[in-house]
Design a protein around this ligand. Structure first.
Ligand SMILES: Nc1nc2c(ncn2[C@@H]2O[C@H](COP(=O)(O)OP(=O)(O)OP(=O)(O)O)[C@@H](O)[C@H]2O)c(=O)[nH]1
Length: 167
């Protein structure tokens, strides 16, 4: 497998393709449905950030769940090792960050998309499920409604679409 080269996202990043959405903490764009129909996100697409990092394979992962369940906190914790305590700023639209992991001598790039949990962004965020390799479903253990709402978020059409294309 040839080693590929890509831009490494830092903080809120620009996405591989174009579409008008914004992130919670910087207002920078998160753009487009991230990759071709087989779901792989190729590094030859437009830049994500200003530093480069090699990888062997890439996967698109979506964080899905109600507003306030901790999607952004989980992502920041995983990416940067920090916890965003205190003030809660809701995500606007969609955002993503990249993380490259070394697994069995391979560099695996995860492109992790942080979706807005608010109802008004649902139609936007649903569009990004299409070519995802994985959806991570989050809920607040102190809020049963946030668990029940996962079923609503993953309508049969969305799940079927992800399943048919990627698995
Ligand atoms: N106690 C506790 N609070 C958390 C945890 N994770 C996140 N929070 C808090 O929950 C609030 C919301 O977290 P976010 O990660 O911004 O929530 P989100 O799911 O991204 O919300 P949207 O962007 O609106 O979709 C913040 O104030 C966090 O500090 C956790 O594991 N425990």
């Amino acid at each position: 497998m040839s080693r590929k080269k890509t831009m490494k996202g830092k903080g809120s990043s620009k996405s591989p393709t174009a579409s008008p959405n914004t992130s919670k903490d910087s207002g920078k764009s998160g753009k487009g449905i991230g990759g071709p129909s087989n779901g792989l996100v190729y590094p030859s697409r437009p830049s994500l950030s200003d530093s480069r990092e090699f990888y062997d394979i890439t996967f698109k992962v979506m964080l899905v769940g109600d507003s306030g369940v901790g999607k952004t906190c989980l992502l920041v914790r995983f990416k940067d090792g920090a916890f965003l305590a205190g003030s809660f700023i809701s995500t606007v639209g969609i955002d993503f960050r990249n993380k490259v992991l070394n697994i069995d001598a391979l560099k695996v790039k995860l492109q992790i998309w942080d979706t807005a949990g608010q109802e008004r962004f649902r139609s936007i965020t649903h569009a990004y499920y299409r070519d995802a390799h994985a959806l991570i479903l989050l809920y607040d253990v102190t809020n049963k409604a946030s668990f029940d709402n996962i079923k609503v978020r993953l309508s049969p059409v969305s799940v079927l679409s992800v399943g048919l294309i990627n698995f």
